[in-house]
Design a protein around this ligand. Sequence first.
Ligand code: URA
Length: 441
Amino acid sequence: MRMYDLIEKKKLGHDLNEEEIHYIIDGFTNETIPDYQMSALLMAIYFQGMSDKETLALTMAMAKSGDMLDLSDIKGIKVDKHSTGGVGDKTSLILAPMVAALGIPVAKMSGRGLGHTGGTIDKLDSFKGLSTKLTKEQFIENVNTIKMAIAGQTANLAPADKKIYALRDVTATVDNISLIASSIMSKKIASGSDGIVLDVKTGSGAFMKEEEDAFKLALEMVNIGNGLGRETIAVVSDMNQPLGKSIGNSLEVIEAIQTLKGEGPKDLLDICLQLGSYMVVIAGKAKTPEEAVILLLETIENKSAYNKFKQFIEAQGGDSSYVDEIDKLPKASIVEKVTLSETGYIKAIDTEELGFATMMLGGGRETKDSQIDLAVGYIVEKKIGDYVAEGEAIALIHGNDRDKIEASKKRFISAFKLSPEPIISTKFIKGIVTKNGINRF
Ligand code: URA
């Protein structure tokens, strides 16, 4: 087999078979296929697309390019959750303890922030002493004893995806649905859970700006997961504004703790209940999502989810007194109001810009080696449909550097678009995708 012929084949719009896809992925992982040939193939895929069969083969080949985690030592049905990335998305910190409090094993592999989006592993760095670098044995032991563990992805989990992703990033081939679906699903398949609940975000702060594309991506991932014997469900949710009110690592941890105490924002609790209800159903603890929501709400009311979160922080070496005493979490030295020069109803928010504004404060990485400032970020006080009166704050900025604050604030403010007329807000949960197809709300 020759890579040249396979590039030619895809260029002309023919499907690659399983053997050819394995040849490409193995060759690229062990560096017998150079970057320039892989780049040419990615561009051919970008223009010609891939069939469902090809996408499934690509997912499996990338999953098998490194370690395939065997979680069979964990008792019970293990369900994972994955978000395609958003701004202010602290869902995992709330959902994992809620589900684990019901006795369902949550074996969660999470990532660090990517571009304008945040990552669970960075947020957890807010707890002194906490480690997300667990050995496989520790990971399994923690899930067996306390029902939850959150670990960073090991270097050898789907290494082919890591290399291909880096190439896509610099060859303008990221935004292809088959490539995104196989990239995400290869990591989920390699990390070994029995069931997968996906939170596919759509809107200005998401990877998929158009709702139609988000549904297509969701359907493709659901088909891959179910095709490989992992029960997979996707929820398509709105990312045209930040989730909850806080953006920034420590601020998001605080909001997650407030939500676990029953004092969080409604949109954040709603998405946790939606995603959680499918995790509970897949795990066999409830017959219907409605029944599961009741069980999940009980974990907030009886404080079992809050206590589970503390237990998890402790089990991974963190200081759980930070949960009761949130003042111990990283705090910025400067907190001030953000105001607009106009008045009116908030019509639109360029949410990706809010992510970049947080990054400019130091809350995200400009380069892969940047040090994150965990304390900085925003508390967004006004969202779509809200009226902003003269001089009224739309947000509070938390920063540690005057120059960064000024530059970030400018970018944050320019993301808000106002209207003199009241705005009718759109649906937050757009629909559900299961192996039976798409159900739009
Ligand atoms: N996240 C991933 O892991 N891969 C993609 O291609 C896009 C988002």
